[in-house]
Write a protein that binds this ligand. Structure first.
Ligand SMILES: NC(=O)C1=CN([C@@H]2O[C@H](COP(=O)(O)OP(=O)(O)OC[C@H]3O[C@@H](n4cnc5c(N)ncnc54)[C@H](O)[C@@H]3O)[C@@H](O)[C@H]2O)C=CC1
Ligand SMILES: CC(=O)C(=O)O
Length: 304
């Protein structure tokens, strides 16, 4: 097992800097290297983060794309963000060019590196990064619907009156508009979620809309989302560094569909160890197929 604790963050904007801060608090990485095309952004973020030095032993500094390419974990947040009302897939033309440039400039990439995609549309960019980086597919994955699933667990925990981590239920498919909730496999303490009176009583389509619409609402109110994703990414980094093998819904290549989308995976020190075949109802299977079809069509336009 490769010992991993040098982390590079490409893109030092709101998401990149907040991930860096969450990693400082977590104290599992030895060094964080921030990289951005705007040098002043990196200088400013490093200076600002240095004010939090007293809470951590993690060293943070600015660096080059080539240095980032030699890190153990490379997190890619570089890219345009959604304007109010804009979908994630509408970012693809701009963010494809940025990703192509970032990967090209980092080469040759450490063959053992983990590439963790965060920039949107995260599923499509993960697929493209798998092709452009030449790294094994298990080492290149995206944050996917981990954030959507956290939003769902928060909602369901308040409805049922249990802790969030007692809720086992995933949002799967695209980290985007075609995502769906895998209600039929959800459970709390081994009891199917659909057997709870609080869940029987709710309008499930309304819940799904609220969860998939939460990013739009935050963006409308304050222009960007970054705390939730930073929490998710810092948990993923910890899981890799400590080889924890947690099961998380992440953007991963699914052979059956020939594209990248979120399924629950076992995440360990070498990246995605395997996909968990989750039980889906026939309706959920159709939703997964629709999500895969929509994503594959976009991927095929960019990479053949
Ligand atoms: N996967 C997820 O759940 C989430 C994804 N995002 C995505 O993360 C991305 C970043 O969002 P923010 O940080 O809010 O945007 P931001 O605009 O604050 O930061 C983006 C940064 O990328 C940098 N950048 C642009 N081109 C670059 C290049 N070629 N090399 C290096 N750096 C480059 C910019 O200079 C800027 O500092 C967006 O695509 C957004 O949609 C945001 C929240 C959640
Ligand atoms: C922006 C984004 O992808 C999110 O907050 O879900």
């Amino acid at each position: 097992m490769v010992q991993r604790s040098r982390v590079a963050i490409i893109g030092a904007g709101s998401v990149g800097a907040t991930i860096a801060f969450a990693l400082l608090l977590q104290k599992v990485s030895s060094e964080i290297i921030l990289v951005d095309i705007v040098e002043e952004t990196v200088q400013g973020q490093v200076l600002d983060l240095s004010d939090a030095d007293f809470i951590t032993s993690t060293q943070t500094r600015g660096g080059t794309f080539q240095e980032a390419g030699q890190c153990d974990i490379i997190i890619i947040t570089a890219g345009a963000k959604q304007k109010p009302g804009e979908t994630r897939v509408e970012l693809i033309a701009r963010n494809y060019k940025i990703l192509d440039n970032v990967i090209g400039t980092m080469k040759p990439i450490n063959p053992h590196a983990i590439l963790l995609l965060v920039a949107n549309p995260v599923d499509v960019l993960t697929y493209i990064a798998q092709k452009l980086s030449g790294l094994p597919k298990n080492q290149v994955f995206g944050s996917g619907t981990f954030l959507d699933s956290a939003r769902l667990r928060l909602k369901l925990a308040s409805l049922i009156g249990v802790a969030e981590n007692a809720i086992h239920c995933y949002v799967l498919g695209e980290h985007g508009d075609s995502q769906f909730i895998a209600w039929s496999s959800g459970h709390v303490g081994g009891k199917p979620l659909l057997d709870f009176p609080e869940i029987k009583a709710i309008d499930k389509d309304a819940i799904a809309k609220e969860i998939s619409g939460k990013a739009y609402e935050i963006i409308k109110l304050k222009g960007a989302t970054y705390f939730g994703i930073a929490g998710c990414v810092s948990m993923l980094v910890q899981c890799i560094i400590l080889n924890q093998r947690h099961v998380r819904p992440l953007s991963t290549f699914v052979e059956e569909y020939g594209c990248v989308l979120s399924m629950p995976v076992v995440l360990g020190g070498n990246g995605v160890e395997r996909i968990i075949e989750v039980h889906l109802s026939s309706d959920e299977k159709v939703r997964l197929q629709q999500s895969a079809k929509a994503l594959k069509e976009i991927c095929d336009k960019y990479i053949h």
